[in-house]
Design a protein around this ligand. Structure first.
Ligand code: NAG
Ligand code: NAG
Ligand code: NAG
Ligand code: NAG
Length: 371
């Protein structure tokens, strides 16, 4: 435990300075575009709450991008903030992995709006981004509970699965996905719930879209969590097994949501102020499906209005016919060819006993870059 003494005494002048700084931090946020900017927690290093001076509440006023409700939650659950930041970071990283070979590659643009203006468009890509970051928060909070990092939760108390063999023990310390799910719902959705747009307006449609995709992301993380077990017993005999609830590897959450992205449903706002399918022949989306309301912008060319970065300068694969192929990636503009050196481990030999020794090989490879 960290038992460093907390400095409580501050001179009046310093306190005024702190208040002024907090005020400035607040007013500068008015400039931030209304992107879902709690994502910026992924980019700001968040210090542990015990490092802060008690009483001045600087943590929550220093964090940019929180909505009013999120700021309140921050004050109540200061120790959670670092994990929300981690969760957003995990989500963004996974998004970039899943879309590494696509025209839109989930790149972040700056500190405050994180993904930039493209998120103002209620596209399929935006839907995925909301879902994966909400899933990231469920993941990070559930794990933090298990690791005893949070004051308001601990190990999972999920009931023993009915199909678990009778002689296996249940109750190792599991990831608390129940808590993670609920906290992520409070925190991530707060921003949407405090908006009060007229029913049936375009902004209302977007709010409904965000809520649906946030939920789909949380459900993915929650539902993919599964039972993990460990063997005990003399010399690995596995005569005894202990089992607990464990989060899925985040890669599989990413893959699951990528499939949801591929099958996302196009929606529009209906007369009753609810989202409805554009094409009634498709199945009505369930709460774990992704939905979108706008067609995607053109990701081929850089466009300041839509926030598209364009594919100029992107690496492509000359022989692939998929999205990573030069034809599709470069949108028919053609590509430049470069030669670069690639360094690899090679000629690896196993030495008795027990190590592997490799050589370093350098090969000249062709690389293709979109014009
Ligand atoms: C945020 O932006 C500032 C100035 O634009 C830059 O100096 C800083 O490195 C950025 N921080 C991160 C974490 O990207
Ligand atoms: C940018 O996108 C907007 C909206 O799709 C479009 O109207 C405009 O012509 C585009 N601008 C350029 C320079 O391509
Ligand atoms: C993603 O695309 C942007 C814009 O084309 C590019 O600057 C960036 O390097 C790309 N990122 C990766 C990881 O390929
Ligand atoms: C390019 O695409 C081909 C066909 O899909 C694949 O076999 C190859 O490994 C790819 N090359 C690179 C460098 O990714």
């Amino acid at each position: 435990m960290d038992n460093r003494p907390v400095r409580r005494k501050r001179s009046g002048a310093v306190r005024h300075l702190l208040l002024a700084a907090a005020f400035l931090a607040c007013s500068s946020q008015l400039l931030v575009v209304d992107a879902n900017s709690w994502w910026s927690l992924a980019l700001t290093p968040i210090q542990r709450p015990e490092m802060y001076i008690i009483g001045a509440q600087p943590l929550c006023s220093q964090l940019s991008g929180l909505s009013q409700g999120q700021r309140k939650l921050c004050q109540l659950y200061q120790d959670h903030m670092i994990y929300i930041g981690d969760g957003a970071k995990t989500g963004i990283k996974e998004c970039q992995y899943q879309f590494r070979q696509r025209r839109w590659n989930c790149s972040t643009v700056d500190n405050t709006s994180v993904f930039g203006r493209v998120m103002q468009i209620g596209s399929r890509e935006t839907a995925f981004t909301y879902a994966i970051s909400a899933a990231g928060v469920v993941n990070a909070i559930s794990r933090a509970c298990r690791e005893g990092e949070l004051s308001t939760c601990g190990c999972s108390r999920a009931a023993r699965p009915r199909d678990l063999p009778r002689d296996w023990l249940w109750g190792g310390c599991g990831d608390n996905v129940h808590y993670g799910y609920r906290f992520a719902r409070e925190f991530v959705d707060a921003r949407e719930r405090e908006k009060n747009y007229p029913r049936g307006s375009a902004e209302h449609a977007r709010t409904l879209m965000n809520l649906q995709n946030n939920e789909a992301g949380r459900q993915a993380a929650y539902n993919l969590a599964n039972v993990a077990c460990k063997c005990h017993g003399v010399s690995g005999s596995c005569s005894l097994k202990t089992c607990w609830l464990q989060l899925a590897d985040f890669r599989s959450v990413g893959e699951f949501l990528k499939e949801k992205y591929d099958s996302a449903a196009a929606m529009r706002i209906g007369r009753k102020g609810k989202l409805e399918l554009v094409d009634k022949r498709f199945n009505t989306p369930t709460p774990d499906d992704l939905v979108y309301i706008d067609t995607s912008p053109d990701y081929c060319l850089r466009n300041e209005t839509t926030g598209s970065l364009g594919t100029l300068g992107r690496l492509c694969n000359k022989t692939s016919e998929g999205m990573d192929g030069c034809e599709l990636m470069c949108c028919g503009r053609g590509y430049d060819q470069f030669k670069t050196y690639k360094h690899e481990r090679c000629h690896c030999k196993f030495h008795w006993c027990c190590y592997v020794k490799c050589k370093r090989c350098t090969t000249l490879v062709d690389q293709f870059v979109c014009k």
